[in-house]
Design a protein around this ligand. Sequence first.
Ligand code: ZN
Length: 78
Amino acid sequence: MSKAHRGKGIRDQFARGRGTCPLCGRSNVKILYEQEAGEVKLKVCKTCRAAVKHGKKAISAQSAAPAVPPAETASTAG
Ligand SMILES: [Zn+2]
């Protein structure tokens, strides 16, 4: 279980663990690191995890909100 953030370990995750980091806004980065911000848990990229850990970045509740609101008007689903 050493390489939990590499290779086979992240294949079963959504988009293989990749996505847009809510903190730095970079896309297609590996978002494998959970950071707690009060009550919410936020998945951030490796760089942001280190930044938060060292107090250079702060996780706000605002950044925990999804950037794109869920589409409720999806229709024609078979
Ligand atoms: Zn980031």
